[in-house]
Each structure stands twice: as structure tokens, then as C-alpha cells.
Design a protein around this ligand. Sequence first.
Ligand code: SAM
Length: 295
Amino acid sequence: MDLFKFAHGQSFPPGTLYLVPTPIGNLADITIRALHILNQVDGIACEDKRHSSMLLNAYGISKPLYALHEHNEISASAHLLEKLRNGERWAYISDAGTPGISDPGAILCAEVTKAGYQVSPLPGPSAITAAVSGAGNFLKHGNGGFQFLGFLPAKANQRDELLKVAATSHVSSFFYEAPHRIESTLKSICAQLDGERKVLIAKELSKIFEEIKVIAVRDLADWMKTVDSWQGEYVLGIEGVARTESPTRFDESTLQWISAINGRIGHKELSEIIAQITGISKKDAYRELIEKKET
Ligand code: SAM
């Protein structure tokens, strides 16, 4: 079977930048189309030439390489624009995973788009999508939605601010975290979040010591004592907070007479009457009337 048959069918316009995801651990996690593009382009820009050479050598790909990393992304983008202007096709690969996802590539993409050239992002490996796909029920409170908040800040106070955002969100939040900070981050989670809340720890995805652990905050400290080494790469998740149906403070009969006179008098007056009859405070009655109007 010709493995590249389908990749050949894809259009391959000149003057295009291809954003090509590369494996996050297992060298086999590269798509047929990614290999096809890397074989066809005029050159490959990469975050680190030595690092990417290992992948390219493994697949017998030999192309001119050009370094584009977080410290030279603007000037290197200008260099690549020249290449596209000449009708060349170039690929960009970061050290691992999808370019632009907590990696260089976003500025390059913006510059190429601004200059009117095509950017073609290939689907492929990323630690965040692998972790979310293995998260199962972890997304249930957000109806399958989630937010990815990139790397947690290195400074503890900024990290804790972001953890607070996750603590109050209905959708589950995911972060990348460095191995030398994960222990202190988990301790901070233990201190900040209620015991019922679940945490997801996805370690070394697609590698030999791959592990995905979903654990309630109340059990986290005990589990941490069982960990021998924090070495490895991590995606961290914090479960979204469950939505609670806020029960109406108006009982059935109150609701009936409210709906009978609602609209004939203003909300302010109506809330005064409700307060007199039911004992609910005027403020609460008014707020509830407004909430009902909005739903
Ligand atoms: N662009 C990459 C992507 O698409 O996933 C992310 C690059 S970022 C510089 C590297 C971080 O991603 C690591 O510090 C770790 O938090 C996460 N990561 C990368 N590979 C991973 C893996 N195999 N397992 C778990 N997390 C991983």
C-alpha cells in the first residue's frame, strides 16, 4: 500500500508556511501527511536544529534547516517571509507537539498571514489534546467544554491567582506545569480547593511511564507521599465546579399571584408587596424578579 497516496491528493500551494506538529514522546506519533510535507518543502524552520535533526534523521528527511525560537521569532519570521515571497514552501516545527501551543510559531503565523501568504496548520500531536482526550468524565460539569491556560506562572502568587480562576470556573481548566514546580503547585491546590474537587495529573503522555491520574483534592496529600520522583512532563487539570440549580425562594402559590399581577405594576412596587406577604427581603425579591425576567 502506498502510505502517501492520500497525502499526495492534498493541494500543495507554493508560497505557503506549513505548521507541522511533531511527536511529544513516541517518535511514531507523526502523521503520514506531516512526513509528506516535511519531505516536500524547500526548507524547515525549527526551534532547535540539533533537537529536530534527531526526528528528521529518524525519518530520513534532509532539508535546509533554519532556527526560529522565542528569542528571534520576529527577525526569523522576516527571513522566512523572503523565502515565501520567492514562491518557496517552508515548514515550521517546534521541539515537540504543535507549534504555537505554549511554543513558538504564533508570531511567525501572524507575520505570514499579515503579509498575505498562506499558513496551513496540520492537525497532530499536542500534550493538551492527548490529556483532554484521556480525561473522561472530568469535563462533565462544563458539558464537554474546557479551558487551556498554558503554562502556570513560575511565581507562586501569580500561579495562585490563576488557580483561583480555575477554582471558580464551570469548565475544567488545564495547564502545563514544569516538573520542578509540580509538587509545590499540588500543595497549593490542596490548600485552596475544597476536598471534593478533582484534579487530573497527566504525566509523560505517549512515553514509557505514561500515567493519567484523577484524584479528589482530599486524597491528594496522601497520594503525593507515594510519589518517588516528580521527573517528567505534566499536564495538570482542575475539574470545573458543578452548577447548582438555585431554587426559587418563591413557593408555588406565591409564584401564581406574582404572575397574575406581574406587568401591571413595576418590579420595585411588586417586590415591596412580596416582601410584606412572604417575609423575603425586598432586595432578594427584586433580584429574583429580575432573574425571572431574564430567563
Ligand atoms: N507545543 C507542545 C504541545 O503542543 O503540547 C507544548 C510545548 S511546551 C514547551 C512543553 C510542555 O508541554 C511540558 O512542560 C509539559 O507541561 C507539556 N508536555 C509536553 N509533552 C508532554 C507529555 N508527553 N506528557 C505530558 N505533558 C507534556
